[in-house]
Design a protein around this ligand. Structure first.
Ligand SMILES: [Zn+2]
Length: 144
């Protein structure tokens, strides 16, 4: 999976800003390239422990992708979702697994081991379990 460096920086900045709450949002792009990290509200009852993206935020991005695709002739889509772990490593929790969508890439930001900086990891659901996916920062011309 490729990710625009600005999108990656935005995820890290929001993860830091929203501590001690979990930050969250949707990942928009083309095929295997995340071009945008779109911020959404965290609608969880306890946003310090969980995250929840509202269906209407998801539908709004699907609609927006359709408009951008029609205009550009390229196929933009919601490729996944991101959230942060304010206190723990960016490993998926049992709740993350229970909430995960098939076909989505799940990006998690959390404090790097050793306490210096933030680490961002990506996972995909394969046969009911998370599999790590390499996340490679690459810029692309013509992002929406
Ligand atoms: Zn999580």
């Amino acid at each position: 999976m490729f990710i625009d460096p600005d999108a990656l920086r935005a995820i890290i900045a929001r993860a830091r800003r929203d501590r001690p709450k979990e930050t969250c949002g949707l990942l928009v792009g083309k095929a295997d390239h995340i071009l945008e990290a779109v911020e959404t509200a965290n609608a969880a009852d306890d946003p310090t422990r969980h995250y929840e993206i509202r269906p209407e935020d998801y539908f709004a991005q699907i609609k927006r992708c359709r408009t951008v695709s029609e205009r550009s002739g390229e196929r933009y889509a919601v490729l996944g979702a991101y959230h942060s772990h304010p206190n723990g490593a960016p490993d998926p929790s049992p709740t993350d697994l229970a909430q995960a969508f098939e076909d989505f890439v799940h990006v998690i930001a959390g404090p790097a081991a050793g306490g210096a900086g933030m680490e961002v990891r990506a996972y995909r659901l394969v046969d009911g379990n998370f599999q790590p996916v390499p996340l490679v920062p690459v810029a692309e011309e013509g992002s929406p």
